[in-house]
Design a protein around this ligand. Structure first.
Ligand SMILES: [Mg+2]
Length: 374
């Protein structure tokens, strides 16, 4: 297991997207920006990771690139890829926050270690509890007609879960969209996500309006820090309430369970800083009887794969995943082969490491900045 890391390469890329997407905390249009990391070992193994920051949610790509280049990459040079817990503990001591940067580093280490052992990443995380994961596609287009077209296309592709991004254009717009989707797509499990877009003052009455749609869950209606309001809503509506922005890390997961602010938690490797930390959050949630959902940021197939391996190894992340962007949002993904989705379900890879290779031509094509350490 002695295979030392010799070089770290980084790319800040801007990837064109097909349509605008409107969320409670911000609009995304034109392109999404991610940071891709590659570690190269003495034996020639390449391990890949991705950081997918969003300035209104987790952080910026510029700060992420700088955090890895200046503070995290030097921790990797000369270390063995098997030293994942020690390296990640050092990362936490070296730089506060920057969970997306740490997720990228840990993903690359797991990818490389898996290739070294000849095992998929899920095997390094405890083994596999599911071979496929039900996929949810988010409907977030400011033009609802375009979302109806997308809903048709994903239904034809076997998708049976949609998440409507609510709280952006008024309560009536949300009620009308949910009513239309409920009528035209009876086979869908429909969920709603406010991304903190609702004022706490008005939340109770408006969420009670949504109870009649029997949604799968309602995600993060009010601002992240309004945890007391989350607890009041959770106790007062019939629809399960999911915490997303209110739970980034382990202490917040503990507090969410203790204070009964939600019925479930969205686990994202970009919020908590990696796959192993995501498993720990799922375990804390499980201790309180709260199931978890495999959330994501604006990601490429690289980060989708990292999340897929985490969910494959974690029974309590049981509410599906939303790894749809590589397939239905980006104009071009960074993977050589399409991110694996069949009949509306993400297929868990069985190859060593993450189980896919990165298209370095696409990386260079969309790079805004690149650098190397080592
Ligand atoms: Mg969310």
């Amino acid at each position: 297991m002695k295979d030392k890391i010799e070089r770290v390469s980084l790319w800040h890329v801007a990837l064109p997207v097909s349509t605008p997407r409107d969320h409670g905390i911000g609009l995304v249009a034109g392109n999404v920006e991610v940071v891709v990391l590659r570690i190269r070992t003495a034996s020639g193994i390449a391990g890949w990771g991705e950081a997918s920051p969003w300035p209104v949610f987790t952080g910026t790509p510029e700060a992420t690139l700088s955090a890895i280049q200046r503070y995290l990459a030097p921790l990797l040079i000369g270390r063995c890829v098997s030293e994942i817990p020690a390296i990640m503990q050092l990362a936490d001591k070296t730089i506060v926050g920057h969970p997306e940067a740490k997720a990228a580093v840990e993903t690359a280490l797991l990818d490389a270690f898996g290739q070294l052992c000849g095992q998929p990443v899920w095997a390094l995380l405890g083994g596999c509890c599911r071979g496929e994961i039900p996929l949810s596609v988010s409907l977030a287009d400011p033009e609802f007609a375009r979302d109806l077209d997308l809903a048709d296309r994903i239904r034809d592709a076997g998708v049976r879960i949609v998440k409507v991004k609510t709280g952006t254009q008024g309560h009536e717009f949300d009620l009308n969209r949910l009513e239309r989707l409920k009528k035209d797509f009876p086979e869908f499990d429909i969920r709603a996500d406010y991304n903190q877009g609702m004022q706490s003052f008005e939340a109770m009455r408006r969420l009670q309006d949504l109870d009649s749609f029997e949604l799968g869950f309602i995600e993060q209606p009010v601002p992240a820090l309004n945890r007391m309001v989350m607890a009041q809503l959770c106790a007062s509506i019939n629809t399960p309430l999911l915490a997303d922005e209110s739970v980034f890390d382990l202490p917040q997961a503990f507090e969410a369970a203790r204070d009964e602010i939600c019925n479930g938690i969205s686990v994202k490797i970009m919020k908590c800083g990696g796959l192993r930390r995501g498993q720990q959050i799922a375990a804390v949630a499980e201790s309180a009887g709260l199931p978890c959902y495999g959330g994501d940021m604006f990601e490429t197939g690289i980060a989708h794969l990292a999340g897929t391996h985490m969910i494959a190894a974690t029974p309590n992340i049981s509410l599906g995943c939303e790894f749809y962007q590589a397939t239905w949002y980006l104009e071009e993904d960074l993977l050589e082969t399409p991110f694996p989705i069949e009949n509306g379900k993400v297929q868990v890879p069985v190859e060593p490491g993450l189980g896919a290779s990165v298209n370095e031509g696409a990386l260079k094509k969309y790079a805004r900045n690149a650098c190397e350490v080592g």
